[in-house]
Design a protein around this ligand. Structure first.
Ligand code: ADP
Ligand code: MG
Length: 395
């Protein structure tokens, strides 16, 4: 369990509270196309508002590279947040400048202010102490609820905690409690499903989960490095040659530990990397030259679904194929369906996996879809997240 103080462990009434949120929402022509991240922040913000705090919100948005740039303004977020909460959210014209200072000082109990994009300042990502101090000087209490950025030691996610009492919000608490329990005390059998593009992105996760799971399922682009390690021809499938030995080692470790290790038995292969390529289904020992594996095949779907069916806990990271393309989404759909029907505690980490599960309509069937792609990966690797480490411990 999370051993950090939360918003409920301190008195916030009448206090100026700086809240780091993850408002890094997708925008098209200045309009928010998905407000999930804003909605995920509402619980903490409403709580603080109802308790009579003077709430000062901050976040990054996109990559403005340390310069003021209206393209990355958080102004649309202030509007959307105001709509969702049914109240005014005042927008500051800067981050720690005169306007932010004046508006922060003028806040009354229960009022909300949103600062401009913290990444308008290059010192943010450098975790510069002077910038962290300037942010801290706007408030009396710091709350981190930006789970999606908590794997970064930036001024607004970590540095600022050096200067203020620092606690976490409900979103971070939920993320860590659910994923932490899965890692430390999982309901068994514990099945991890890993996919996505690259073995190298997921080595840390595979290594850490091998210590904990009963079954490890590998699909997606990274499966082809494992098939190569088994000595199979893989055509033009993506493969990390320098990770083939590692793949062999990981399979040997699984065997030693008695972890069931499942890789694709058959594949949907295409004659080029394109959504409208010619495709066919073929066994894993038989991929022809010039063809590439773009999804798991039907036998593998059944094999994986079978392993998932009896699970107590499922952690899933990475799609089973190029699920953005209709012809190669079948494996990801089959796994999503099996997870949804399993009755297991189901946790989806990883940006593309979360997006696939949402797009395919399985989101409400999962126990938890992490809001932090990179952050959830690092958490599953067993790495301490700096934005959480910086917070005050519970006494
Ligand atoms: P996540 O964001 O969930 O951690 P990744 O970023 O690791 O997942 O992987 C997602 C990407 O992997 C997608 O863009 C998908 O197209 C790609 N991918 C999955 N399977 C394959 C494959 N067989 N060949 C090439 N790319 C693949
Ligand atoms: Mg990704």
């Amino acid at each position: 369990m999370l051993n950090k103080k939360t918003v409920e462990d301190i008195c916030v009434k009448g206090k100026r509270v700086l809240v780091r949120c993850d408002f890094n929402v997708p925008l098209a022509d200045g309009a928010i196309t998905d407000d999930k991240r804003i909605r995920e922040s509402l619980k903490t913000i409403s709580y603080l508002k109802n308790q009579g705090a003077k709430v000062i919100l901050c976040s990054h948005l996109g990559r403005p590279k340390g310069e003021f740039n209206p393209k990355y303004s958080l102004a649309p977020v202030a509007v959307r947040l105001g709509e969702l909460l049914g109240c005014t959210v005042t927008m500051a014209a800067d981050v720690v400048g005169e306007d932010a200072q004046a508006k922060a000082a003028a806040l009354k109990d229960g009022e909300l202010l949103l600062l401009e994009n913290v990444r308008y300042h290059a010192q943010e990502e450098k975790n510069d102490p002077d910038f962290a101090k300037a942010l801290a000087s706007l408030a009396e209490i710091y709350v981190n609820d930006a789970f999606g950025t908590s794997h970064r030691a930036h001024a607004s996610t970590a540095g600022v905690a050096d200067y203020l009492p620092a606690v976490c919000g409900y979103l971070i608490q939920k993320e860590i409690d659910i994923m932490g329990k899965a890692l430390s005390d999982p309901k068994r059998p514990f099945v991890a499903i890993l996919g996505g593009a690259k073995v190298s992105d997921k080595i840390g996760v595979i290594t850490n989960l091998l210590e904990k799971v009963d079954t490890l399922v590998i699909g997606g682009g990274m499966a082809y490095t494992f098939l190569r390690a088994m000595g199979y021809p893989i055509g033009t499938s993506i493969c990390e040659e320098d990770k083939v030995d590692l793949a062999k080692q990981l399979m040997a470790t699984a065997k030693e530990k008695g972890v069931k290790f499942l890789i694709p038995q058959d594949n949907r292969i295409g004659d080029r990397y394109a959504p409208d390529c010619n495709f066919q289904t073929i066994n894993s020992d038989n991929i022809p030259d010039g063809w590439m594996g773009l999804d798991i095949g039907p036998k593998t779907e059944a094999l994986f679904a079978d392993a998932i069916r009896g699970a107590g806990t499922v952690v899933w990271n990475g799609p089973m194929g190029v699920s953005e393309w209709e012809n190669f989404a079948s494996g990801t759909i089959a796994v999503a369906k099996a997870v949804a029907e399993s009755g297991a505690v189901s946790i989806i980490g990883g940006g593309d996996s979360a997006a696939a599960v949402e797009k395919l309509g399985f989101a409400d069937k999962m126990t938890h879809i992490s809001t932090g792609g990179g952050a959830s990966l690092e958490f599953l690797e067993g790495i301490e997240l700096p934005g959480i480490a910086a917070l005050n411990d519970k006494n």
